[in-house]
Design a protein around this ligand. Structure first.
Ligand code: HEC
Length: 124
């Protein structure tokens, strides 16, 4: 009779240990997934594009046409971007820092570089 209450305790202990083991593996997997997100392309920080011109075009379609017109050839007082007298680096500078009434569009230099590469293809 004396030893009997020990059995439920043993069961609880084993189940508890199993839970701890399982949960810590779940935690490790989640941590790995979170780190992948930080390093991979899913995160904020873009480090490089496979095809900068295509990526730049996509971003320009999202960020620039609102002011510069659907084909970027200007709209209202917003200048034409297809007939620029600027170098690639000057376009990067405008995208990063803004100019006059135009605000800075991103502080990510890789994105700014890709957009500028696309803009330069419109000015060839
Ligand atoms: C909120 C409206 C707005 C948005 C959005 C915008 N621009 Fe502009 N942009 C302007 C205005 C206004 C000017 C003229 C600024 C000035 O010189 O006074 C300008 C000027 C420029 C110039 C310089 C043109 C020159 O001849 O000096 C470049 C290059 C340019 N924009 C590129 C872009 C790109 C690329 C994007 C998208 C990433 C973009 N802009 C998004 C309003 C905008």
């Amino acid at each position: 009779m004396r030893g009997r209450p020990l059995i439920p305790f043993a069961v609880i202990a084993i189940v508890g240990l199993l839970l701890i083991t399982v949960l810590s593996f779940v935690g490790l997997n989640q941590r790995d997934a979170m780190q992948e997100d930080e390093d991979g392309n899913g995160g904020e920080e873009v480090t490089e594009f496979d095809d900068p011109v295509a990526a730049g075009e996509e971003m320009a379609q999202q960020s620039c046409i609102g002011c510069h017109g659907g084909d970027l050839s200007g709209a209202g007082s917003n200048p034409d971007l297809t007939n620029l007298d600027l170098t690639h680096d000057e376009v990067v500078d405008v995208i990063l820092n803004g100019q006059g009434a135009m605000p800075s569009m991103t502080d990510n230099e890789v994105e700014a570089d890709a957009i500028a590469q696309y803009i330069m293809t419109l000015n060839e």
